[in-house]
Write a protein that binds this ligand. Structure first.
Ligand code: SF4
Length: 208
């Protein structure tokens, strides 16, 4: 692993090109100041989020053992790869997706498990995380990726389909540009427009 210092911000990266993780991008979508606090000031978040991610993965593994044919029946999956590391210097993103699916029509799709309750809609952050994985799969496998799947496993298993639109890719590309700009320049971005998000924010005591 190499650490590099670049325009005032330290990167720790196993790749030669600085890359973001999907979590970092989602946190920026949640509030751009996360990028500033985490990357420019090097103030980490609390551990609770990491617990939720770990719990989700544990549950995923349990379900995988219990019902391996579940997805094939529901969405016409003909092949699946588990816990796939995806990295693209072109997109400048790297991460591990729970499952990469090959569908009967020859297209591919990511499947991501979430340890949160399904609430009759797909969270914006979950949607864009799925889009990100879709971009990576399309780039790396050179196959069409038109949709992704999210499985909410907090209470049972609710499988949701996310249809990707061209504007999703444009939006994600703009967000990635914006994150690298903040990291490079150290600019202090505007916070979220949704003040309700600040109530439980781990940075609320230092955010002005
Ligand atoms: S307190 Fe609000 S504006 Fe500040 S970082 Fe947290 S969510 Fe963003």
């Amino acid at each position: 692993m190499s650490d590099r210092f670049e325009s005032g911000c330290l990167f720790a990266d196993t790749e030669t090109t600085p890359m973001l993780t999907p979590s970092e991008i989602i946190e920026h979508i949640f509030c751009p100041r996360y990028t500033y606090f985490m990357h420019c000031l090097k103030i980490p978040q609390k551990e609770e989020q990491r617990y939720i991610v770990m719990k989700g993965r544990q549950l995923h593994n349990q379900r995988e053992k219990r019902n391996p044919e579940y997805l094939r029946k529901r969405i016409g999956c003909v092949k699946k790869e588990l816990n796939v590391y995806l990295a693209s210097p072109k997109i400048r993103v790297r991460g591990v997706v729970d499952e990469v699916l090959t569908l009967a029509d020859g297209s591919m799709a990511p499947l991501d498990y979430k340890y949160t309750q399904y609430r009759e809609w797909i969270f914006k952050t979950h949607r864009y995380q799925s889009v990100l994985y879709g971009m990576l799969i399309s780039e790396i496998y050179s196959k069409p990726v038109r949709r992704g799947y999210i499985c909410y496993v907090r209470t049972g298993a609710k499988l949701c389909e996310v249809i990707y639109k061209p504007q999703d890719y444009d939006y994600i590309s703009r967000i990635i540009e914006e994150i690298f700009r903040i990291i490079k320049t150290g600019e202090y971005p505007s916070g979220t427009r949704y003040s309700a998000q600040c109530v439980d924010c781990c940075y609320r005591n230092i955010c002005v």
